[in-house]
Design a protein around this ligand. Structure first.
Ligand code: LLP
Length: 419
């Protein structure tokens, strides 16, 4: 459910016409709906009403400060994976007590910042990290609240580049080693064992892998308690899939919540969630303009002014994004287009053979469901400035990240005088 819809054949985000923003700031740009962001957070939060739960938005999905501030106002915490994301979450007003820190390669600098901020939990991903964090915390005279991220070796489907829960993935502590590492952590000065953490993958289209992982975790928690570890939290990570429009019907958040509550309630733990895509994905679109309708020898190319540097998901994960013309022309004949960007890479393709109503040069198109892992994964490849980001809220809109000028894009670069 989102708030992008046609009014009189013109695509709107809430009450603002996409074309109005394009006229004002140029293309390409990311466009977010505040009502959709709030709604998705609320659907998730309401599904856990009455349960003891922390919903920590996964900042990697969309790290814009305005988006984080909006979600913080709704009560969201933050799941961060770097010092930069930690600073963003704090700057956006997320209380340190609602921040969890995940990731396989936390540096001493990053862990120091998180300890000094007093975050809620470190999700520790290896024995090495456990030792480093404990030593650092002792040096700083602090105690780090921790969970170990365990790898339940559950196949969660989805694209191989976003699968994380299998034993061959780099994430987490091996299932067979978890109990011994917990016993070590229990007796280690500098850390306080608080919980268990898991994250099995992303864009997961069924409840079964979540339930399989939870069943394994329930057993582990019982074992750990028997070993004298006071497990009071269970972080189930993120990963719930969203409909991208290619026929997938992922579980509804309410069904996800009902399943988790049923399985987790007997455990008597505080639940932590790290949803990213489910909150931000369908709350954003990438808006681009058609530069050329190129009639190649064998194919018809719709060349737009956004490229794989702006939205890399199709190139990297073969991801499907619905493409919506900003102006609906019911009488335009359908055409099978290869929708491509201007980047000099064969892989700069958004869609192959996509049936769209015939487009005109200068038309605007929206790549839907681009609010998660869109702007956050953008680059300046081909010296294309990062696409600006815009937030709509009802009839209001604001640029929440401006398009950098050429000077800003190159500001950090200098040539040594010996060249
Ligand atoms: N927690 C942890 C530890 C994670 O690694 C992730 C995502 C999340 C939470 C949030 O997962 P979500 O609820 O958004 O599925 N760039 C890829 C997705 C990479 C996901 C990485 N980890 C894509 O565009 O599909």
């Amino acid at each position: 459910m989102h708030h992008f819809e046609y009014k009189d054949d013109a695509l709107h985000a809430e009450d603002v016409a996409v074309a109005e923003i394009a006229e004002a700031i140029g293309t390409p740009f990311y466009l977010y709906s505040a009502a959709t962001l709030r709604r998705h957070y609320r659907v998730f939060a309401d599904a856990f009403a009455g349960a003891d739960a922390l919903i920590a938005f996964s900042v990697k999905a969309n790290s814009n400060l305005a988006v984080l501030k909006l979600l913080a106002r709704e009560g969201a915490g933050a799941d961060v994976v770097s010092g930069g994301e930690l600073r963003r979450a704090l700057a956006a007003g997320v209380p340190a007590g609602k921040i969890v820190f995940s990731g396989v390669g936390k540096t001493v600098e990053e862990m120091t910042a998180a300890l000094e901020a007093g975050i809620y939990q470190f999700n520790v991903e290896s024995a090495n990290e456990l030792e480093a964090l404990a030593a650092l915390a002792r040096r700083l005279g602090r105690t780090a609240p921790i969970a170990l991220r365990v790898n339940p070796d559950v196949a969660a489907g989805g694209h191989e580049k976003i699968s994380t829960g299998k034993s061959e993935d780099k994430f987490g502590v091996a299932w067979s080693e978890a109990r011994a590492l917990y016993a070590h952590a229990r007796d280690l000065d500098g850390v306080a064992v608080k919980g268990v953490d898991v994250h099995i993958g992303s864009q997961i289209a069924s409840l079964d892998p979540f339930e399989a992982a939870l069943a394994k975790l329930a057993e582990l928690i019982a074992d750990l308690r028997a070993d004298g570890c006071a497990i009071e939290r269970l972080d189930v990570g993120g990963g719930l899939g969203i409909p991208y429009g290619a026929g997938e019907v992922p579980p509804h958040p309410e069904d996800y919540a009902a399943m988790i509550r049923r399985v987790a309630e007997p455990l008597g733990v505080r639940l932590i969630f790290e949803p990213g895509r489910m909150i931000a994905g369908n709350a954003g679109a990438l808006i681009a303009r058609v530069i050329y309708d190129k009639k190649g020898a064998a194919r018809r190319f719709l060349i737009v002014d956004a490229g794989m540097n702006d939205l890399i998901r199709p190139a990297l994960y073969d991801a499907y994004h619905e493409i919506a013309p900003a102006t609906r022309r019911p009488d335009a004949p359908p055409v099978d287009y290869d929708v491509v960007g201007p980047v000099c890479e064969t892989g700069d393709i958004f869609a192959k053979g996509r049936a769209l109503p015939e487009m005109r040069e200068g038309d605007l198109v929206a790549f839907m469901s681009a609010g998660a892992y869109g702007a956050a994964q953008a680059s300046q490849y081909n010296s294309r400035p990062l696409a600006p980001e815009v937030l709509v809220d009802g009839a209001r809109w604001a640029v929440i990240r401006k398009r950098p000028s050429f000077e800003e894009m190159t500001a950090g670069e200098t040539a040594p005088d010996w060249i």
